[in-house]
Design a protein around this ligand. Sequence first.
Ligand SMILES: Nc1ncnc2c1ncn2[C@@H]1O[C@H](COP(=O)(O)OP(=O)(O)O)[C@@H](O)[C@H]1O
Ligand SMILES: [Mg+2]
Length: 258
Amino acid sequence: MTKVISVSNQKGGVGKTTTAVNIAACLAAYEKKVLLIDADPQANATSGLNIRLSRASGVAHTVYDCLIDGSYTQTSIIPSEMENLYVLPASNDLVGIEVEIVDIENREYLFKTNITDIIKDDFDYIFIDTPPSLGLLTINALVASNSVIIPMQCEYYSLEGVSRLMQTIKIVKQKLNKDLEVEGVLFTMFDSRMNLTHQVVSEVKNYFGPKIYESMIPRNIKLPESSSFGKPIILYDINSKGATHYIELTKEFLKRVA
Ligand SMILES: Nc1ncnc2c1ncn2[C@@H]1O[C@H](COP(=O)(O)OP(=O)(O)O)[C@@H](O)[C@H]1O
Ligand SMILES: [Mg+2]
């Protein structure tokens, strides 16, 4: 059974894209067939896996086209440089989608009917990298998903931000997708030397309990470096702390879903 997982947090810069790219790549290395769907107009997951959109490269269609017309979906999926890892890319035209679909009936279900339902059986895992907002695009991703991974940084107001996301998840569950679950909560850019970090972790643990992944991703310069080279961390520097911790996280993820 395919599992569809959104990586969400309406706050920008918390490690959504880094987590989506790297957990997807680690699962591919474990010989799972994985699709990463880039649902953020900033298209960082697309560039982070070195996918270049141009007529010359043969990559022409994106998530935007698929949302508008599901007949593009099969042919818009492209192999990444890594075996078993595929990408459905985004481009900047996704910026306008929320306004364009607002009057369509079933506007919350477009991602599900035009994308995931069509290609679901072709993959073991589908990850959706979502934009930093709780707009219609994120709602669409949540409606199309079985579960959500919530990356968060250990800062004072992190929990307040996440409570808005939890409210959205609750509403989606009640009205649009009753099976949606929280897959796990992941601390990113962790710095164990900071006292504040430990305080925030214990607060968040009170709130989420066992949903918190034991694996936490430390701050590691190799992670931004790897994405600027268009590679997942395990291809860029397998011995880095970033790689080690994303591999650990992936093992924990697999243990939980088993
Ligand atoms: N563990 C980490 N250590 C250091 N830098 C990181 C780490 N995780 C992410 N980053 C960097 O922080 C920035 C924001 O991360 P990103 O994954 O793009 O967040 P989001 O998708 O939530 O906006 C990026 O430049 C990314 O390379
Ligand atoms: Mg991002």
